[in-house]
Design a protein around this ligand. Structure first.
Ligand code: WQD
Length: 338
C-alpha cells in the first residue's frame, strides 16, 4: 500500500517514514527541502534498507504534485509539509498563509480529483492558545496567538468542512505537543536548516560548547520552579502515533482531532537536569525575561489517543535526552549540527 508523505525529509516526517516502511507500507516522499536536507533519505535507507521515492517539490506547484498521483496509486497521505516557526510566522504572515494554507488546499484538491480521501494532518498544541488550562482536551475552544497557529486552526477547519461535504473522507488531525529526541540508531534526529527555535537544540549547543549558556525565558511563571512547563514527547512515540492514526483512517470514515503528548509537564530546569544526567555535561544557563506569546504551562490530556488510537507514549524525558545526546554527538552529526 502506497502512502504519500509530504514533508517526509523533515524531523517528524522522516521518523514516521522509517516506521511506515518497517510496517510494510510503500512510501513516496514529497518535500521542497526548505527546512531539511536530502541526505535524510540516506539515513532512512540506512535504517530500513529502503530508499523511498522522492520528489523535490513544493505543494504550491499544483501541476507537478498532481503528476505524482498519475504515476502512483496513493492510498493515503500523511501531511507534514508546513512551515512551523512561531516567531518567523509573526514576522512573515503571508509566507505562512500562502505556504501552509494554499499548499494544503492544492494537496486536498489533487487528492479529491484522484479520489484519495484518507489523510493524517500534522497539527499542533499551539491551537489551544493561551486561554485554555492544562491538561488540554481536544474539545476545548481553539485560539491562536500567532499566524503559524492560525494556519493550523484554519486547516483543521477546512478538513472538517471537507468531511461535512463528502463523508467518504477520513481525517485525523494530530496535535503534537513538544516532540524531542532522535531515532535510537542516532542516524536520524532534529537537524533543520538555519538557527534552531526550540529548547532542546539550544541545550544541545550549550552541552557541546557551541553556545556558552542557555537563555531560560522566564523564571517567574506560576509553576513549581518558575520556569515554563511543557509536554515533551519522544519523536519515536510521536511517529508511532502516526502509524496508529493511519490504521484508524484507513479503517474508518470521519474527522477527528487527537492530542499526541505524554500527559506530563516538565519544566525548563527539569529538562536541563535531565539533559545533564544523560550527557554528563554541565548546561550553563541564565534566567532571562519571558518570551512573547509563551504560556506558563502546556500539557496534553491523552485519553482520546488511548481510546481511539490505542496509543500512549512509552518513553520518558530521560530517554528523550539520552537519544538526543547520542544523535548530537554522533560523528557525522557533530560537525554540521546547526
Ligand atoms: C519550550 C519551553 C520556552 C527556548 C513550539 C511551538 C509548537 C511546537 C513546538 C511546532 C518554553 C523555553 C525555549 C530557549 C527557553 N512547534 N525556552 N529557552 O514554544 O513550547 O512550542 O515548539 O509545532 O507549536 O509553539 O517550544 O521549545 O520553543 O519552548 O527557556 O532558548 O522552553 O519558554 O517554556 P514551545 P520551545
Amino acid at each position: 500500500m502506497k502512502i504519500l508523505v509530504t514533508g517526509g525529509t523533515g524531523y517528524v516526517g522522516s521518523h514516521t517514514t522509517v516506521l511506515l516502511i518497517q510496517e510494510g507500507y510503500e512510501v513516496v516522499i514529497l518535500d521542497n527541502l526548505c527546512n531539511s536536507k536530502v541526505e535524510v533519505l540516506d539515513g532512512i535507507e540506512k535504517i530500513t534498507g529502503v530508499r523511498p521515492e522522492f520528489y523535490n517539490l513544493d505543494l504550491l506547484n499544483y501541476e507537478d504534485v498532481n503528476k505524482i498521483f498519475d504515476k502512483h496509486v496513493i492510498e493515503g497521505v500523511v501531511h507534514f509539509a508546513n512551515l512551523k516557526a512561531v516567531g518567523e510566522s509573526v514576522r512573515m504572515p503571508l509566507l505562512y498563509y500562502n505556504n501552509n494554507i494554499t499548499g494544503t488546499i492544492n494537496l486536498l484538491q489533487i487528492m479529491k480529483k484522484n479520489n484519495v480521501k484518507n489523510i493524517i494532518f500534522s497539527s499542533s498544541a499551539t491551537v489551544y492558545g493561551i486561554n485554555n488550562t492544562s491538561p488540554l482536551v481536544e474539545a476545548m475552544p481553539l485560539c491562536a496567538t500567532n499566524p503559524y497557529g492560525t494556519t493550523k486552526i484554519i486547516i483543521e477547519n477546512i478538513l472538517q468542512d471537507l468531511y461535512a461535504s463528502d463523508d467518504a473522507w477520513s481525517v485525523v488531525s494530530l496535535r503534537y505537543f513538544n516532540p524531542i529526541g532522535a531515532h535510537e540508531s542516532a542516524i536520524l534526529g532534529e537537524n533543520p536548516n538555519g538557527a534552531p527555535s526550540n529548547l532542546l537544540p539550544y541545550i544541545a549547543l550549550v552541552a557541546t560548547e557551541k553556545l556558552d549558556h542557555l537563555s531560560v525565558f522566564g523564571g517567574d511563571y506560576d509553576t513549581a520552579d518558575g520556569t515554563g512547563v511543557r509536554d515533551y514527547v519522544h519523536i519515536m512515540d510521536l511517529a508511532r502515533g502516526h502509524i496508529k492514526a493511519l490504521e484508524y483512517v484507513l479503517a474508518n470514515r470521519g474527522v477527528e482531532a487527537i492530542n499526541l503528548g505524554t500527559g506530563n509537564g516538565t519544566s525548563v530546569l527539569e529538562v536541563i537536569a535531565a539533559f545533564e544526567k544523560a550527557s554528563g555535561k554541565k548546561v550553563e544557563y541564565k534566567i532571562c525575561p519571558r518570551r512573547e506569546g509563551d504560556v506558563a504551562t502546556s500539557f496534553a490530556d491523552v485519553a482520546k489517543a488511548k481510546k481511539i488510537l490505542g496509543w500512549e507514549a512509552t518513553k520518558d524525558i530521560n530517554d528523550m535526552c539520552m537519544d538526543l545526546w547520542k544523535f548530537v554527538t554522533k560523528a557525522d552529526t557533530a560537525e554540521n549540527y546547526y
